[in-house]
Ligand binder design. Structure first.
Ligand code: FMN
Length: 334
């Protein structure tokens, strides 16, 4: 028997496989089924800053009937669509989910500005969440905005959320940060207990017939593992923080690589959306079998064993690898 237990954000988990936010957690029954299949924890789908502000603007409108500002103010906010439930419904679903399962349930807030809406961090805590994941998902399109301004803004948000709650706090971020190790260190200083690497950006497509920009959601595959894998391997041991790897975890090998790079947990969504709850025992059993065959006794023993500080050739994670990869590609023109 191998020991799959791990810790994440101070939580004791029975194994390192965690469901990352997705519409699956909109229904308590889905979370219960994931628990039955063996998932160690679930991060709820996100409550978006826009939803909360949208709702408070609506409330404001009802309180100040007749003012002209409402319609104009609402045009600043995107149409959020069907996916996300209203804030109160979110808190209620979280509460019900917490009561229905024994595994840890994490709340998720998705926003970029500080302000009244972060009170919801406290509501998530009060609803019984075991921890909170804060998703910093922002696309800077303003040419006057500098990376320092953006990072300072993120850090202020993280410390404001940190001040609002006592439960552990993880920060989910994008890979597009100029100096990720330094920014990671500042996030930890601001109170992050965990870093969730990375957000996947869903790139819009162009509809040539209707001349429209259309949303285009493609689920991941295992190739996408390598970006977060590399960064966790580089940051492991350098930052006093837990790591969750998200993007591209589909197989036992993917999850094993995540742990060996230094992750406390491997998170998955696309595999669950593609293969249903069957993906969970497939990944966990595969991990156990691999560990037995390779004489590993525990996840703790494996963690970080292939991080940058542990491998024979640390430069393989850096620029040198880039040159090596390019020169290894020899092909004749057909
Ligand atoms: C349909 C869908 C909805 C998602 N909703 C959220 C969300 O509400 N909050 C969030 O942080 N991530 C959300 N994600 C991102 C996933 O949690 C995950 O980070 C991403 O899909 C990469 O992991 P994967 O390769 O296992 O799919 C969503 C992903 C999908 C496919």
């Amino acid at each position: 028997m191998v020991d799959l237990t791990t810790t994440y954000l101070g939580l004791q988990l029975k194994n390192p496989l965690v469901a990352s936010p997705s519409p699956l957690s909109e229904k308590v029954e889905n979370v219960r089924r994931m628990e039955e299949a063996g998932i160690a924890a679930v991060v709820m789908y996100s409550l978006f800053e826009e939803q909360i502000i949208h709702e408070s603007l609506e409330l404001d409108h009802f309180l100040n009937r007749g003012t002209e500002s409402f319609a104009e103010a609402l045009t600043y906010f995107p149409n959020i669509g069907r996916y996300s439930l209203a804030p109160d419904k979110y808190i209620e679903t979280l509460q019900k989910t917490r009561q229905a399962v024994n595994i840890p349930v994490l709340g998720s807030l998705n926003g970029v500005s500080t302000g009244g809406w972060i009170e919801y961090a406290k509501k998530i805590q009060d609803a019984g969440a075991d921890a909170l994941e804060l998703n910093l998902y922002y696309l800077p399109t303003d040419i006057n905005l500098t990376c320092n301004q953006i990072e300072d803004n993120y850090l202020k948000l993280v410390s404001d959320v940190r001040a609002a709650v006592k439960i552990p706090l993880a920060v989910k971020l994008a890979p597009f940060i100029t100096a990720l190790p330094n920014f990671g260190r500042r996030l930890v200083d601001a109170g992050a207990n965990g870093l969730v690497l990375f957000n996947r950006f869903y790139q819009p497509d162009l509809d040539l017939e209707n001349l429209e920009v259309v949303p285009h959601l493609v689920l991941s595959n295992s190739d996408e593992l390598r970006l977060p894998l590399r960064w966790i391997a580089i940051l492991y041991g350098k930052l006093k923080v837990d790591f969750a790897l998200t993007s591209g975890v589909h197989t036992a090998e993917d999850a094993l690589k995540a742990i060996m790079a230094g992750a406390n947990v491997a998170m998955t969504t696309s595999a669950l959306l593609k293969r249903g709850t069957a993906a969970i025992p497939q990944i966990l059993t595969g991990m156990e079998e691999w560990m037995v065959a390779h004489e590993y006794v525990s996840v703790t023993q494996m963690r970080g064993s292939m991080s940058q500080g542990a491998v024979a050739e640390p430069s393989a994670f850096e620029r040198a690898n880039y040159m090596k990869v390019l020169s290894s590609f020899n092909v004749d023109l057909i």
